[in-house]
Design a protein around this ligand. Structure first.
Ligand SMILES: [Zn+2]
Ligand SMILES: [Zn+2]
Length: 220
């Protein structure tokens, strides 16, 4: 089938079959090629349409990939508590940046890594530059916040579960939830300290503290 092969530079056309070999001279505008010093290829309307369709498809693919990445990013930061989605990573970063109790050493912000668990368990570990929070589904928000503040306190405390850490932990909790009263240096085992903190946060969220405002909605 014949087609018009048109030069994109000068607009001049030539009639030639729709399908031409790669090196067929009718594919190229010799005048423009000579002027520019590079081979200028003519195109047919059908090829042009294909090209436009290809570009649109590529744009769609890019948009889909960006959406997937965004969904993955949200998924990698958010856990679903009994109250709804909690953006664990962003909240932990915010606490680190804003709570005076956690600004020890004028330190740069630790990397906060969330690992999802399929069961209802949770655990965490923390060093100066890294906090890893492993959190299952369907936990109470108070439990998640307790774990986060426990681990964040480790990023600035000089001892492990001793007096220094307890003091920082309790201060961070009081600063994160104004209105909560906790001992300056809570006593008991670390589990007992966590229990005190957890029930204080729970009461705060259910009562005087009002409803938590969620930072990020999980995308559908
Ligand atoms: Zn031309
Ligand atoms: Zn600990």
């Amino acid at each position: 089938m014949a087609a018009i092969w048109k030069c994109p530079e000068c607009g001049k056309g030539a009639r030639a079959p729709q399908r031409l070999r790669r090196n067929d001279v009718r594919r190229y505008c010799l005048g423009c090629s000579k002027t520019t010093g590079l081979l200028v290829e003519r195109e047919t309307a059908a090829a042009k349409r294909r090209q436009v369709a290809g570009r649109e498809k590529a744009a769609k693919t890019r948009a889909r990939k960006a959406r997937d990445r965004e969904r993955e990013r949200v998924r990698s930061e958010v856990v679903i508590s009994t109250d709804g989605p909690v953006n664990v990573v962003r909240q932990a970063e915010k606490w680190h940046d804003r709570l005076p109790a956690l600004a020890g050493w004028g330190s740069s912000r630790p990397d906060v890594i969330l690992r999802h668990r399929s069961d209802g368990s949770w655990s965490g570990r923390a060093g100066r530059c890294r906090v890893v929070l492993s959190i299952g589904r369907g936990l109470e928000t108070a439990t998640i916040y307790t774990l986060m503040l426990h681990e964040l306190a480790h990023t600035v405390a000089e001892d492990h579960h001793g007096k220094g850490w307890r003091r920082i932990y309790a201060r961070a909790v009081r600063q994160a939830f104004p209105g909560i009263t906790l001992e300056r240096t809570p006593k008991g085992s670390k589990y007992e300290v966590d229990d005190q903190v957890e029930s204080a946060i729970r009461d705060h969220l259910n009562g005087g503290g009002g409803k938590v405002r969620w930072e990020v909605k999980e995308s559908a």
